[in-house]
Design a protein around this ligand. Structure first.
Ligand code: KIV
Length: 272
């Protein structure tokens, strides 16, 4: 069971560590623009992730690979202008940190300087060790991301559950420990068996935020457009829908069209 929610005026990395220590679950959602971030922040969310899922959700790409650093900075700066409570973490996009720690630092510095974000997130474990270390050495907080890492989708081939086999599960545990030892403040673990994710969460002192990783971790993240039911063609088992905005918006748009076509809108009170 989760502990009672302590009131935090502003969420910091220290608050997240306290939440883990106090057994309070961490709630994280994505945002990519000012208006959505304003509503999400107002709800009392702990973390907003400016995810590279913006590539799918905002731009309609099939994968997260095409989004650029400039585009991520644009999304992140729009989000930052909206918030006054939560911590904002920004994904480093594909090709801006892998295999070149100098480039990883430059990309992270650009995100922090040009958007005003509070932390960056990178996908991978041992293979991005040098990049993580160099970013951390500049005082930039880093969140890890293990399990299903969508920037490697062409290596995996599918979006199915990861680390079901012992060898991959062992590598995930090793990577999680390494990221903690390097100094990451939290790790997202995506689409792995609940038992494995819980084991990792219990063995580390930094928070583990799950997506499709069961309830035994320290917090949860969902893509806001998915949990609001705006992206109604995406139906993974882990997704709980809290609204059905696709249908609600469709109804509103249809009513608007009817009102315009029938000259019902605007009426006398809606004009000057
Ligand atoms: O880009 C994103 O939205 C993410 C979450 C799915 C964790 O990385």
């Amino acid at each position: 069971m989760s502990a009672a929610k302590k009131e935090y005026k502003r969420i910091t990395i220290k608050s997240l560590m306290e939440m883990k220590a106090n057994n309070e679950k961490i709630a994280m959602l994505t945002s990519y623009d000012y208006t959505m971030a304003k509503i999400v922040d107002n709800s009392g969310i702990d973390i907003i992730l400016v995810g590279d899922s913006a590539s799918n959700v905002m731009a309609g790409h099939e994968t997260t690979l095409p989004i650029t650093l400039d585009q991520m900075i644009y999304h992140a700066s729009s989000v930052i202008r909206a918030i006054d409570h939560c911590l904002v973490v920004v994904d480093l996009p594909f090709g801006t940190y892998q295999g070149n720690s100098r480039k990883a630092l430059d990309s992270s510095v650009r995100i922090m300087k040009e958007s005003g974000a509070h932390a960056v997130k990178l996908e991978g474990g041992g293979e991005i060790k040098e990049s993580v270390l160099r970013i951390l050495s500049a005082g930039i907080p880093v969140m890890g991301h293990l399990g299903l890492t969508p920037q490697s989708i062409y290596k995996f081939g599918t979006y199915t559950v990861r680390a079901k086999q012992e060898a991959e599960a062992a590598k995930l545990k090793e990577d999680a420990l390494l990221l903690q030892e390097l100094g990451c403040f939290a790790i997202v673990i995506e689409k792995v068996p609940a038992k494995l994710a819980e084991e990792v969460a219990k063995s580390l002192h930094i928070p583990i935020i799950g997506i499709g990783a069961g309830g035994g971790v320290d917090g949860q993240v969902l893509v806001t457009h998915d949990m609001l039911g705006m992206t109604h063609e995406f139906n993974p088992r882990f997704l709980r829908r809290y609204a059905n905005l696709f249908d609600d918006m469709n109804t509103a748009f249809k009513q608007y069209i009817t009102d315009v076509k029938s000259a019902d809108f605007p009426n006398k009170k809606e004009q000057y």
